[in-house]
Design a protein around this ligand. Structure first.
Ligand SMILES: CC(C)(COP(=O)(O)OP(=O)(O)OC[C@H]1O[C@@H](n2cnc3c(N)ncnc32)[C@H](O)[C@@H]1OP(=O)(O)O)[C@@H](O)C(=O)NCCC(=O)NCCS
Length: 252
């Protein structure tokens, strides 16, 4: 199977793509084959087990808020409510990405960007994404993101929103490389329990990169300064690795 995917075909098929990955475990590396597929409620147990393992393995608990069982069942895996794609190696789930279509729900992140009621109906949320530590370093989150955006577009949605911790370099890097823009930064309630999150936005109908002026590079941990720039109309559009952490590039 090639890397190129035709969206309409993609919506109908179970296997989205296949390929090779490097698995790294206890200092050993091996090439393994993977299969990317749509997930359904029969995969719930495996999804929860993978999420729990990854959550417990994290050194910085601020960076990841897992989806709970009820949310996965009722919002993600319920037909027509959301979608999930998973990556399997030797028939075991090693990574997944969840998507929801919030519609009129008050949690619709488009409300934060003052989208019109009509446009709120065209919003898709990227929920969580996880990759088992043995399979990191292959850009698997990015490999899942390409078909995710194709699926969202082919399903008739235009605006993709996602919240990410400003301390999560791998996730911010993948999403910003896909030309999402940081449009907001604040502490969020509900499942985030006061954790600070960037809100990123992408309009699937817009292509091409914008040129930015007044570019400012801010350490990711300087959240107050970023909030101030966002209020002044700047957007976050790039990342730069710095000595111990990373900087976020803002421009107008
Ligand atoms: C976020 C996650 C899904 C990314 O996995 P992945 O696709 O395998 O990511 P990769 O290992 O290929 O790395 C992507 C980028 O992050 C960098 N990176 C990876 N681990 C890193 C680390 N511990 N510290 C700093 N940078 C790191 C890579 O160098 C790469 O950088 P680049 O984009 O500049 O080339 C995975 O780390 C994960 O499951 N994390 C825990 C759950 C989570 O945080 N999910 C996202 C929020 S919902």
């Amino acid at each position: 199977m090639t890397e190129h995917i035709t969206p309409k075909i993609l919506l109908d098929q179970n296997i989205i793509k296949t390929g090779a990955l490097t698995a790294t475990a206890y200092g050993n590396r091996a090439e393994v084959q993977y299969e990317m597929r749509f997930l359904n409620s029969s995969h719930l147990k495996e999804m929860l087990a993978l999420q729990d393992f990854i959550k417990n393995d994290l050194s910085d608990k601020r960076v990841f808020v897992p989806d709970d069982k009820d949310f996965l069942l009722k919002q993600v895996l319920m037909p027509n409510r959301g979608r999930a794609i998973g990556v399997f190696v030797n028939h075991s789930l090693i990574a997944f990405r969840t998507i929801t279509f919030p519609g009129k729900n008050h949690h619709n992140l488009g409300r934060d960007l003052k989208l019109t009621p009509q446009n709120l109906m065209k919003v898709a949320h990227l929920e969580s994404t996880v990759v088992h530590p043995f399979f990191r370093g292959n850009g698997l989150q990015a490999k899942m993101l390409m078909p995710t955006l194709d699926i969202i577009k082919a399903s008739g949605y235009s605006y993709v929103l996602v919240t990410i911790s400003p301390f999560n370099y791998p996730s911010l890097s993948t999403i910003i490389k896909a030309n999402f823009l940081i449009r907001d930064l604040k502490s969020r309630g509900g499942v985030y329990n006061g954790k600070i999150r960037c809100l990123l936005f992408k309009d699937l109908n817009k292509s091409g990169l914008q040129e930015y002026q007044d570019i400012v590079s801010i350490p990711n941990s300087m959240t107050y300064k970023q909030e101030k720039l966002l209020k002044e109309g700047y957007v976050g559009f790039g990342l730069e690795k710095a000595a111990n952490a990373f900087n976020i590039l803002y421009g107008k």
